[in-house]
Write a protein that binds this ligand. Sequence first.
Ligand code: C5P
Length: 219
Amino acid sequence: DKNKPLKGKNILVTAGGTQERIDPVRFIGNDSSGKMGFAIAIEAQKLGANVTLVSGVSKLPDPVGITTIRVKTAVELSEAITRRFDEQNILIMAAAVSDYRVQNVADQKIKKDEDTLTLTLEKNPDILKQLGKIKQDQYLVGFAAETQNGLINAQEKLEKKNLNLLVLNDVSNAAIGFNSNDNEVTLLRPQMENIFIKQTSKKQIARELLNVVISDLKK
Ligand code: C5P
């Protein structure tokens, strides 16, 4: 079917931001809205894929007809993906994962008794990097939100995480990136020319990104 080039493909998309607990009423989070990942999940479904969406924190509703799993922390996100990784053909990791979590989460609300408060953070697992190590023939897509030296950092991530494609977006520009409806990205792949997609809707970015994935899978 020409209109359903992803028919028969299992694709897992992550979206949104993770939240790490500090105490029962506080957390560490980030500005991710989930818009980019949700757009990818929706477009992939239109192209015929069997889509699983694993979403961190996002205000967006579950897309109709897409299995949507909601998680909060990086560890929960990791578990939700790992459990389903074997059966996937494509994994698109658009979630903004917290790099650190609080080492000792307080069971009770922390009181403001002291003038300073120190939270010790420990590193979360780099989910994508771990999957890059164990992947069979899954096509792995990562995102990199950078505020400086974007291309150099992105190239390094592509290689270190053993990805098939890395989507670079410059989040220092408020017109694109976190919470905006538009994005502007550069697609990096091993041994291939970079593809620059100038500012457009996240829906259109999702389409063009999936077209690149589809053409790579045909090779
Ligand atoms: O290294 P950096 O966080 O910039 O890499 C971004 C990519 O790695 C994103 O695709 C993000 O979803 C993923 N990531 C991850 N686990 C982490 C941090 C980031 O899978 N702990």
